[in-house]
Design a protein around this ligand. Structure first.
Ligand SMILES: C[S@@+](CC[C@H](N)C(=O)[O-])C[C@H]1O[C@@H](n2cnc3c(N)ncnc32)[C@H](O)[C@@H]1O
Length: 332
C-alpha cells in the first residue's frame, strides 16, 4: 500500500547505517506505520517492537512482522468446509458483489472506486465482519484479513496516494478489477511484537538497543488522510461528510502534527525511553527545525547526520523530492 512518509525508498541506506553501528539486538519502531521498516529490520535479524496509533496500521504490522509463517485460518476454513488458505482467498475473490454503505459513500457519491470494485470490496468486508462475529477468526487472523482487504483495495483506489481526495479522472489502476490478496509475513527467525498504542507508551515497555523514530513531520494528520482504511479496520459505517467522505467523529490526532507541541512531544518521548542508540528520521522542512532537532539530540551524545532523499507524496500525481535527515546518536 502507498503510505505517506513511507521510508521504503531509503530503507537500505537506513539499514546499512544502523547495522554498521549496532549489528543485532532489539529495534523499536514506535511510529511504525504499515510496518515497512520494522519488517525489513526483522528480515535482517533484529527483534522488532513496532507500534502506531492507527488501528489499520497496527493490523498491517501484525500481518507483516508479528509472525514468521502465514497464519492457519483453521477454524474459518473448517467451518466453511474448505481445505486450505488458498480456498479461502478464492472464496473471497469469487464472492457475489453487494450493495451497501461502502458503495453509496465511496463510489456513487464520491469516485474513489468504480461501482464494480466497490460492490466486491463491500461484499468482502461483509464476509470478514460476519466471520469475526461468528467467532471463526482469532484476533490476529482478523487483523491480517482486514489489512489484506485494505491493501488490495488500495491497489484499485482512484487516489493519488491518500484518501483525502479522489481523482477527477479515473486513474488507470482504478479501472483494474479488485482482487483480494493475502499479505504474507516476512520470513525471519527473529521475533516481532506489535502494539496499538502511542509511541511514548511503547518506548517505556523495556530497554531497546535501537530506537528508530519516524514521526509525522507536518500538520497533515494520518487519521484524516487514511480515514477510509481506518474505518474499514474499525468495521464501522459512520456518517461521513465532504468531498473526502471523512467520518464526522475522527480520532487519532497526534502531538507530532501540532506546531506548538511537536518539539515537546519529542523531548518527552526521549526522556521516557531507555535505549543505546537512537535514529531520528525527519524532514528538513518539518515542524521541528533541524537546529531544534540537533539541540534536543545533542544531550544524548555526539550526532552523526546524513542527508537522504525521500520520495514524498503530494496530493497531485507527481512524486516530489523531500530532503530528509537521518540523525544517529549513540547514547553516552
Ligand atoms: C512518517 S509515518 C511512518 C512511516 C513508516 N516509517 C514507513 O516507512 O512506512 C508516521 C506514523 O506515525 C504514526 N503516529 C503519529 N503520531 C503517533 C504517536 N503519537 N504514536 C504512535 N504513532 C504515531 C502515524 O499514524 C504514522 O503511521
Amino acid at each position: 500500500m502507498r503510505y505517506f512518509g513511507s521510508k521504503v525508498s531509503t530503507i537500505e541506506t537506513l539499514c546499512d547505517l544502523v547495522s554498521q553501528r549496532v549489528s543485532s539486538g532489539s529495534f523499536c519502531d514506535p511510529f511504525g506505520g504499515i510496518g515497512s521498516v520494522g519488517s525489513y529490520f526483522k528480515s535482517k535479524g533484529y527483534s522488532v517492537w513496532s507500534g502506531d496509533i492507527l488501528n489499520f496500521a497496527h493490523f498491517f504490522q501484525i500481518a507483516r512482522l508479528k509472525f514468521s509463517r502465514p497464519l492457519s485460518f483453521r477454524r474459518v476454513i473448517d467451518k466453511l468446509g474448505l481445505e486450505s488458505r488458498n480456498d479461502l482467498i478464492d472464496l473471497l475473490n469469487a464472492i457475489t458483489p453487494k450493495k451497501g454503505w461502502f458503495l453509496k459513500e465511496y463510489s456513487d457519491k464520491r469516485s474513489f472506486f468504480t461501482g464494480r470494485n466497490a460492490r466486491k470490496i463491500q461484499a468482502c468486508r461483509r464476509k470478514i465482519i460476519t466471520w469475526g462475529q461468528e467467532g471463526w477468526l482469532n484476533h490476529d487472523e482478523h487483523a491480517v484479513l482486514l489489512a489484506s482487504l485494505i491493501n488490495s483495495m488500495d491497489k484499485v483506489a482512484n487516489t493519488a496516494g491518500t484518501y483525502y481526495a479522489f481523482l477527477k479522472k479515473w486513474h488507470r489502476k482504478a479501472l483494474n478489477d479488485f482482487r483480494f490478496e493475502l499479505i504474507l509475513p516476512v520470513s525471519s527467525k527473529s521475533k516481532g511484537y506489535c502494539f496499538h498504542e502511542p509511541a511514548n507508551t511503547l518506548v517505556k515497555r523495556q530497554h531497546f538497543d535501537i530506537l528508530y523514530l519516524d514521526p509525522p513531520y507536518n500538520q497533515r494528520s494520518y487519521a484524516h488522510y487514511y480515514h477510509l482504511p481506518e474505518t474499514i479496520a474499525l468495521e464501522k459505517t459512520p456518517k461521513v461528510h465532504g468531498m473526502s467522505g471523512i467520518p464526522r467523529d475522527i480520532s487519532g490526532e497526534s502531538r507530532f502534527n501540532r506546531p506548538r507541541e511537536a518539539k515537546h512531544a519529542l523531548v518527552d518521548l526521549l526522556n521516557s525511553a531507555s535505549f543505546n542508540f537512537v535514529v531520528f528520521h525527519y524532514a528538513d522542512n518539518g515542524i521541528i527545525t533541524p537546529r531544534e532537532v540537533r539541540d534536543i539530540l545533542s544531550s544524548y551524545g555526539e550526532i552523526e547526520d546524513f542527508l537522504v532523499d525521500s520520495k514524498g507524496y503530494t496530493t497531485t500525481e507527481k512524486p516530489r523530492k523531500v530532503k530528509h535527515h537521518l540523525y544517529l546518536v549513540q547514547n553516552a
